[in-house]
Design a protein around this ligand. Sequence first.
Ligand code: ADP
Length: 272
Amino acid sequence: MNPGDLSAALRVVPGTTVDLGAVDPAATYGRRKETAAQELERDLARLRILQERLWAENRRRVLVVLQGIDAAGKGGTIEHVMGAFNPLGCPVHGFKVPTEEELAHDYLWRVHARVPANGEIAIFDRSHYEDVLVVRVLGLVPERRWRPRYEQINAFEQLLAAEGTTILKFFLYIDRDEQRERFQARVADPEKRWKFRMGDLETRRRWDDYIAAYEEVLTRCSTPVAPWFIVPANRKWFRNLAVAQILADTLTNLDPRYPEPAEPIPPDLVID
Ligand code: ADP
């Protein structure tokens, strides 16, 4: 494997058992901070063009799922990577504690309603995976309800893929020390304090439970049509670079094309 190819290096090969203890959240795969900004700019330039073509082509769809423990950088990734896109073709959806109406339906109902349409790249900030993460860790439904969800989620993603959606799922992986530093920085900074909630400490106390829940997600739900990527995210510059590069490589493979105009345009047409 070429360590330069981050898509291959970070992808969870379907069928492998993931042990996050063996993954270094500070890894940079030979990249250097000094040259990262330039490399990122190049990838963002590629992404801008590819997204415009996907939007113009109006035939295929891309779904990007972002997951990670609190402070892993989902918001920062959206700002720094997806900021390259024309917002018209790039809806971003955050999934919070379900509303009463959402809870009165099956857990995929609110998710299915937000999957991308033709030409769109939809970004999920949290996703249906919360239904086997927070729901499992806090025991919000009994195990007999959440246990079958891995298979249900795989089947759901299979359906989306068969209908023309390319799916990419990123797990932004930071370690406990990095989370402490980020939380501490949030608390200290008047412009970041709003991001902090006392409830975040409760989630932090259950770190090991969340890691175990993530390991099961990564092990059971990385499939050929909807792979997971484990992105070492202690270093924000590497996280951005990795997500941008994997997205750009995927879109390059899709090779979206500008369509022909809806009706023929005479080559000598003069607009007066
Ligand atoms: P974020 O932390 O993503 O910036 P919030 O602080 O609003 O945004 O957090 C959203 C909260 O909603 C998280 O604590 C998350 O675990 C919770 N959540 C998301 N989906 C579900 C779900 N299906 N069931 C219960 N809680 C959920």
